[in-house]
Design a protein around this ligand. Structure first.
Ligand code: MLT
Length: 255
């Protein structure tokens, strides 16, 4: 039987960039960068280009002509001054995007993508594309799920999403994965959420959105009045899109 390895890293600094070089890395910033990237591509963005800083984003927009791109992202959870969109998935509609490229910069998510840039493949994972994401790594021998965290701290919404992806991979491809301790813990956490949903009679998406209110990233969003994003980011399998970063050209394109 093929021996496959599944790692979960609760923070980018838990693994070096070099250690990810041979791997397929699924980057998760569930609330909200990687969820928003999925929504932007599903809504017809021609590409999504992640930037680490506001300055880099603005400079790149000037190069191609400001009116030709949509600037999106957040600092402190809020839309950046002079940008077109914030980081709420619901803002990324076909009407707002009109087929244009999105240049996006966020506090943690776009930094985590950068940390994965040496990997063989870099994917953006979320709950809204859970099954599509898990199916897309069929045949791969080593997967590293890289959680973005929040301001350098582990955050439970990313860990739950990592557990959900690992669980789906086992459901799809069987138990041929050798999981690290961190991966096993993430799976356990996800399974306990599934049990809580079954006991409460709530759907798993409802239970997850409720749980987000107690996570670091979720609390930050509630503080700035973005509670609705918790519900949007918890919609299991709403999309089939699997964003894959073309590292050489540094952009996600639809596939
Ligand atoms: C991040 O990159 O830190 C997040 O996406 C934060 C947010 O959406 O507010």
């Amino acid at each position: 039987m093929l021996h496959r390895i599944l790692n979960v890293h609760y923070l980018p600094r838990s693994v070096s960039e070099q250690d990810l070089a041979e791997s397929v890395v699924i980057v998760i910033d569930l609330l909200r960068a990687t969820t928003t990237i999925c929504c932007a591509l599903a809504a017809g963005a021609s590409e999504v280009v992640p930037f680490r800083t506001i300055e880099e984003t603005l400079a790149a927009a000037e190069t191609v002509g400001r009116e030709n791109v949509v600037l999106g992202g957040e600092r402190g959870g809020r839309r950046i001054q002079g940008f077109d969109l914030g980081n709420s998935p619901s803002e990324y509609t076909p009407e707002a995007i009109r087929g244009r490229p999105i240049y996006i910069t966020t506090t943690n998510g776009t930094q985590a993508l950068y940390h994965a840039r040496m990997a063989r493949r870099v994917l953006a994972g979320a709950i809204i594309n859970l099954s599509a994401m898990a199916a897309s790594v069929r045949g791969e021998e080593r997967i590293d799920v890289l959680c973005a965290g929040t301001d350098g701290h582990e955050t439970r919404e990313d860990i739950l999403a990592a557990g959900a992806i690992a669980t789906r991979m086992v459901e799809f491809f069987g138990a041929s994965w050798s999981m690290t301790e961190a991966a096993c813990a993430a799976v356990k956490d996800w399974k306990s959420l599934q049990r809580a949903a079954a006991e409460s009679g709530r759907s798993l998406s409802e239970e997850l959105a409720l749980e987000f209110r107690d996570t670091l990233g979720g609390r930050n969003l509630v503080e700035v009045g973005l509670d609705a994003d918790l519900v949007d980011c918890a919609q299991i399998d709403r999309l089939e899109v699997v964003p894959e970063l073309d590292v050489d050209n540094w952009r996600f394109t639809p596939r």
